[in-house]
Design a protein around this ligand. Structure first.
Ligand SMILES: NC(=O)c1ccc[n+]([C@@H]2O[C@H](COP(=O)([O-])OP(=O)(O)OC[C@H]3O[C@@H](n4cnc5c(N)ncnc54)[C@H](O)[C@@H]3O)[C@@H](O)[C@H]2O)c1
Length: 260
């Protein structure tokens, strides 16, 4: 088995449709899966990085969300396997690191998007782009007035690397995300316009425990890592749309935008 200097644990289904498919497995991925990698880090004396999530704030009562907000999470809802799984993983990483003298890092990731998402990923950005390209209805859950803050993947990865390699001044989890808050309705309209799609917007019921507002306070990342997102929503969406056009034309799932 190779020896590692650094271990990044990103393994976990992240889209609600995927993490709710086998909820017990999701909870165990967060617990046993994280423990397995922590044990490997201890054996190698490696630095350990845990991908946590803004979902640990649940449906937040504090806005924007700072790292010291403790969250509003349902322990027994359909999202709990993921939300509580990730909360437990934060505890495990912190305690294991302290007991074994390991350097650990925890990032709380807010909604991230970009090229190479799976067309059936099930999260809002890829759903809307694929639907717009295929000329299918754009499905908005609830009124669409709920907000999210979307971070482009390149910005996120830059934040990961800075956090992992920072040598001092890191105490506890760090929010990494884009504080530019947008409603789901605004996102749908922007994607429709950029794709030039005639798709109709339809509304479906809001999933249980869906957070109403989501926006990171990134002052910690800015102060400690000199990190802030550089890619605008418009530019990130343009790159992501171009990716899906290419992906769908080579996979045979031809878009109506391409046909016109
Ligand atoms: N993308 C986001 O907006 C976002 C937001 C918050 C947190 N995160 C976290 O970042 C990480 C990556 O997210 P993503 O969006 O790339 O998700 P993704 O679903 O696209 O990728 C997750 C990966 O984990 C692997 N995986 C799942 N269960 C596993 C297991 N038991 N053992 C080994 N591998 C397993 C999957 O095969 C997949 O390759 C996840 O931990 C997720 O919780 C992502």
């Amino acid at each position: 088995m190779p020896k590692f200097d650094q271990i990044y644990n990103l393994a976990c289904p992240a889209s609600p449709v995927h993490y709710q498919y086998d909820r017990v497995k999701t909870a165990l991925t967060c617990s046993h899966g994280t423990l397995n990698l922590l044990q490997k880090a201890a054996a190698d004396r490696a630095r350990f990085f845990q991908a946590s999530t803004s979902e640990i704030y649940g449906d937040p009562e504090v806005h924007p969300q700072t790292e010291n907000y403790r969250g509003n999470v349902n322990t027994v809802g359909p999202r709990s396997c993921y939300d509580e799984g990730k909360r437990f993983a934060e505890t495990l990483v912190t305690d294991f690191g302290a007991q074994h003298g390991l350097t650990t890092r925890i990032v709380r990731i807010f909604n991230t998007y970009g090229p190479r998402m799976h067309p059936d990923d099930g999260r809002v950005v890829s759903n809307f782009i694929v639907q717009a390209l295929l000329g299918e209805d754009i499905t908005i859950y609830g009124s669409g007035e709920q907000t999210r803050s979307f971070c482009f993947v390149d910005d996120l990865v830059e934040g990961f690397v800075r956090l992992m390699n920072a040598d001092s001044g890191i105490d506890g989890p760090v929010n990494i995300g884009n504080p530019n808050e947008t409603t789901v309705n605004q996102l749908a309209e922007q994607i429709l316009e950029m794709v030039g799609s005639k798709s109709k917007i339809v509304h479906h019921p809001l999933p249980v425990d869906d957070p109403r507002r989501r926006k990171p306070d990134i002052s910690n990342a800015l102060a400690r890592l000199n990190w802030s997102p550089q890619v605008s929503l418009h530019d990130g969406l343009a790159e992501t749309i171009a990716y899906f056009i290419e992906e769908m034309s080579t996979s045979g799932r031809r878009s109506s935008a391409l046909a016109s």
